[in-house]
Design a protein around this ligand. Structure first.
Ligand code: PCA
Length: 212
């Protein structure tokens, strides 16, 4: 049975809850077709976030790693395509680090692509009527940092990894203009993503893309 490590971020900024953490807690130990999901909690802290996931990888020896965070303002579950080698924090992380235009890894390449089948994952979600779309930017805060840092650690490894942003929960979005998704839908969506990652060694060539 394959292992899928799902790592969800703790709350940060003004938020008291992070749907990523709530969802992965509910998915811990869940069996899917040919695999089992293991979850872990990740601090919203520069460097430490990557260290925690690397420790979990060493401990559990997963086949697939999916790191997950919230994206206020997004209406869909969005597998990220690319991680860039920049930390540019508009707000401090949970230990007060606020850096401007510093690399995630000195001497690292400009960017890494997700090694998850992002198009197949989006297709699998849409087939179940769960809103989903590929995203071409994970921002420049700790989500991009962990995405880049874990990809860097996994260079040359057989373990595949990518980052997924999810919308806010209805209770977080209340009184704001932000869209939201219920926790049950997010949990169902992440299980579908894990299954799609397991079932598709190669990504599907599905058209789309964005035009500016
Ligand atoms: N979202 C933030 C960091 C943690 C999280 O859940 C981000 O998008 O960078």
């Amino acid at each position: 049975m394959k292992k899928i490590l799902m790592a969800g971020f703790e709350p940060f900024g003004q938020d008291k809850i992070n749907p990523a953490l709530e969802a992965v807690k509910l998915l811990d130990g869940k069996e899917i077709n040919g695999g089992i999901i293991i979850s872990c909690e990740v601090p919203v802290v520069r460097y430490k976030s990557v260290d925690v996931v690397v420790e979990a990888i060493k401990k559990h020896q997963p086949d697939i790693v999916i790191t997950i965070g919230q994206a206020a303002g997004r209406a869909e579950i969005t597998p990220e395509r690319i991680a860039m080698n920049i930390d540019d924090y508009r707000i401090p992380d949970n230990e007060g680090n606020q850096v401007i235009d510093e690399p995630v890894i000195e001497e690292g390449p400009a960017a890494y692509f997700s090694t998850l089948p992002i198009k197949a994952m989006v297709e699998a979600l849409q087939l179940k009527n769960i809103p989903a779309q590929v995203s071409n930017t994970a921002g420049s805060f700790v989500c991009n940092h962990i995405f880049y840092g874990v990809q860097h650690y996994l260079v040359g490894s057989k373990i595949t990894h990518g980052f997924v942003h999810i919308p806010l929960l209805p209770e977080q979005a209340q009184g704001t203009e932000h869209p939201s998704l219920p926790l049950t839908t997010i949990v169902e969506g992440l299980a579908i993503l894990a299954q799609a990652a397991l079932d598709n060694k190669e990504d599907k060539a599905i058209g789309g893309g964005t035009i500016c």
